[in-house]
Design a protein around this ligand. Structure first.
Ligand code: SDX
Length: 433
């Protein structure tokens, strides 16, 4: 990974000590103070809970400019990829750094479709769970189990790591559809090599149990494929950082991705799309919005405007703009009558006129409109985060591969700012008052 050479030096003055630190300059001329040896050489730590100012790694995969609302996958604007590309193309780009030519894409697609089926015994894993288990539990279990079935998984070579990456991207839609069918008590539908990636997923989710012909709505398939593109990667978010940290211990990639699935589930992260639907249902109608927002602004309520705010975007999340347009198209095409989109748009309109939100730079994020769109497509609300995980698998495994391809692993092991008692001696129980 090349970093721009820099003559910039940062001086750290602590008492009578002056420490010179190198400043690294990234592709967009953003400076980073290199503190890798700060503690070992000088016994000094930095303090940054939540890593709000800390670069945990170097990466060439995704770039976000939170102030300008810019999102690039390997330099390509998300708007262009979503408008004219496909999810598998974006997955190839994230993994390999360049867009595929026609031959490369056809070969990647062929291998991915060929690898979509899972071992029949995977279904036995599902049968151990109650039917009302949250699908994120089922998916996490099956992804971890993939390692047991992928007996020729060899991650010591680039080719081996590429194969595992394709295997994961191929199997995650099948696993996600299996989880849905299991919860619904429906027979499983298997993938077909004569269908596209997202079309396969839609058919595995919604095809009738009796094997009757099932027509895939191209508007839905196109909208879902675009939603997958938008969710594919997003720098070092909480779940991607979890994948990297787990992967840094040398654990096999399936387990590292499984750790990312669990981290994504939180309502502050990928679980927000599910929470937004609950919030909209709770609000009910437009005239209840002012009272709800007053509740959110009352710190005592601990209520948050779900689908709003972002650690990096201090402007409109570009993905939210695209999904908002998709939701209007999908609802119109399916002739779905729902007040939720109107309530969401009115909620956004009022919030963006309210200084409480604008002063805190709180704008709609990727989760604000996605649930409305997925619900109109027929996905139950507890499938929203699994769909996020499906799409993010390509980003997670691309980030894992970038870390492992980058040479010997350095285990991630943050320090801490200790605030506990200094050393003291043990007193026997019978001597304590
Ligand atoms: C995703 O990181 C990624 O890239 C994630 C993601 C990806 O693609 O991987 O983009 C996907 O996770 C999107 C985010 C989905 N989460 C939500 O929509 C949940 C609601 N949002 C928040 O919980 C919150 O905005 C976070 C967690 C997303 C970001 O929180 P930060 O950056 O840590 O901000 P903060 O909690 O320090 O809040 C700053 C201020 C606080 O108020 P004050 O103390 O200054 O008075 O803003 C307030 C917060 O109370 N605030 C909100 C709010 N989010 C922040 N107030 C009301 N509603 C909100 N949603």
């Amino acid at each position: 990974m090349s970093e721009k050479n820099s003559q910039n030096i940062a001086k750290l003055i602590i008492g009578d000590r002056s420490i010179d630190l190198t400043v690294m300059i990234d592709s967009f001329d953003r400076p980073a103070v290199d503190i890798r040896n700060l503690f070992a050489k000088y016994g000094v730590m930095t303090f940054d809970p939540g890593y709000t100012s800390t670069a945990s790694c170097q990466s060439a995969i995704t770039y976000i400019d939170g102030n300008k609302g810019v999102l690039l996958y390997r330099g390509y604007p998300i708007e262009q990829l979503a408008a004219d590309g496909s999810y598998l193309e974006a997955a190839y780009l994230l993994l390999n750094g360049e867009l595929p030519n026609r031959r490369q894409f056809e070969q990647f697609q062929r291998e991915t479709l060929h690898r979509m089926p899972v071992h029949e015994q995977m279904i036995e894993i599902l049968r151990r769970y109650k039917r009302d288990t949250h699908p994120m539990v089922l998916i996490e279990s099956m992804v971890t189990a993939l390692g047991a079935f992928d007996t020729d998984c060899d991650v010591t070579t680039r080719e081996g790591r590429n194969r595992v990456a394709i295997n994961l991207i191929a199997k995650i839609p099948t696993i996600t559809a299996l989880a849905l069918r299991y919860i619904q008590g429906k027979p499983f539908i298997y993938p077909r090599e004569d269908l596209g990636y997202t079309e396969n997923f839609i058919r595995m989710c919604f095809a009738p149990s009796d094997g009757a012909p099932f027509e895939i709505n191209p508007i839905i398939a196109g909208a879902l494929d675009r939603i997958f593109i938008l969710h594919a990667d997003h720098e070092q978010n909480a779940s991607t950082s979890t994948v990297r940290l787990a992967g840094s211990t040398g654990v096999e990639p399936y387990a590292a991705i499984s750790a990312g699935i669990v981290a994504l589930w939180g309502a502050a992260h990928g679980g927000a799309n599910e929470a937004v639907l609950g919030m909209l249902e709770r609000i009910g109608s437009k005239d209840a919005i002012p009272a709800f927002l007053e509740q959110v602004k009352d710190k005592e309520s601990h209520d948050r405007l779900m689908g709003f705010g972002h650690r990096v975007y201090k402007n409109y999340d570009p993905r939210a703009l695209i999904i908002k347009k998709e939701s209007e198209k999908v609802l119109a095409n399916l002739d779905v009558q729902t007040e939720q989109l109107d309530v969401a748009k009115e909620l956004e309109r009022i919030a963006l006129q309210d200084p409480y939100f604008t002063s805190r730079q709180l704008y709609p994020n990727v989760d604000f409109y996605s649930g409305i769109t997925l619900s109109a497509m027929g996905f139950p609300v507890h499938m929203f985060t699994p769909l996020f995980a499906l799409a993010r698998t390509s980003g997670w495994i691309a980030q894992w591969k970038e870390m492992v391809d980058g040479g010997p692993l350095t285990i991630g092991r943050p320090r801490q700012h200790y605030t506990g008692p200094t050393q003291r001696d043990y007193v026997a129980l019978d001597k304590r008052d």
